[in-house]
Design a protein around this ligand. Sequence first.
Ligand code: PLP
Ligand code: SF4
Length: 383
Amino acid sequence: MQIIPKKTASVETHWKKELANTFNDLYELLNFLQIKEKNIPLAYRQRIECLAAESDSENNNIHTFNGKTQNKNTINIQPSQSIINKHNGARKLFPMRVPRPFAALMEKGNWHDPLLQQVIPQNAEFEERVGFVSDPLEEQNGSVEGLIHKYKSRVLIVVKGGCAVNCRYCFRRHFPYQSNQLNKKKYEQILDYIRNDTHINEVILSGGDPLMAKDEHLSWLIHELNQINNIKRIRVHTRLPVVIPSRINDEFISVVSSCSSKLIMVLHINHPNEISDELKSKMDWLKQNNVTLLNQSVLLAGINNNANVLSELSEALFATNILPYYLHLLDPVKGASHFDVNKNDARQIMSELYNTLPGFLVPKLVQELPNRKSKTPIDLGLE
Ligand SMILES: *Cc1c(COP(=O)(O)O)cnc(C)c1O
Ligand code: SF4
């Protein structure tokens, strides 16, 4: 049998097609996952009914779980106007976004699937909790637009607002990306700033997700950074290859191989089920091109807050050529308090990880606090 190589162009359009094809509609996603109404907890079902009533209030139709619509007047749902307004507002603020390749990794029929639970809008997002605020890291007032310089030797560029996936626990869910769109002039300011502070030796491309940017954009930026003498390393913080592995294509590999500084990719993977065969082959490809691969996870209640899941994750990462780097305590962002794991439980999990894994597969448990010179390691009290 003859193997016909895929054309580069079709691969290039592929990830953008995947972006365009993302699930934005709850019903479509639940139908795709074959999740029946009876599998959904009651409180959540009521919320879905509110959303249904709101999304189709114009034509009086309501979506049902088999994908059909029904006239609203024939269903006995009367969500209060205030609830509808709340949901409306929340969805505008942070809509649901789930790429199909990521949805394909979820278990069919399982409402509690750990991948699904990271991305599905939750009733609990409207719960207010003291200390959970919209800008927990106090990042929204930097001096150069698009640049965050918190730690001495490294700066972070907000290359692109927005992500392929919207994670419900995201600490940047309230970030004002609109006012942070970079153009050439703003980039000149950023590059000048980096050139003028020789303490800076590493640039982190972040966002949102920096791989939402076109390869031309990344190529230009990396080229510019390569001209700056003090820059030794470029780091890319991304979740995109996890949710759309085809993002790693020939064009991106050309960008990578044109980079003369050391290149590091820090992936964001929270659960072993997120590691697909396709992701693994893409990571092999990056490794062959001398990219150092690391991972950061967020410790999330109901998703990965147990030592078995996290040690499986570390093993799966290593098998994918990725080393665990950080395990973050949740940033106290408004709307995400239901994902919080308290420090004592986190310590207990960490001590079990040390008893199970070789040291190099144990991520560092850290917290990000405003106005600190680095991430803050959590004292595990294991002495
Ligand atoms: C996390 C972070 C970094 C990188 O910190 P490392 O400990 O080097 O991984 C840099 N800048 C900002 C603003 C950060 O949030
Ligand atoms: S990919 Fe990262 S930045 Fe984007 S929504 Fe998820 S956690 Fe937030």
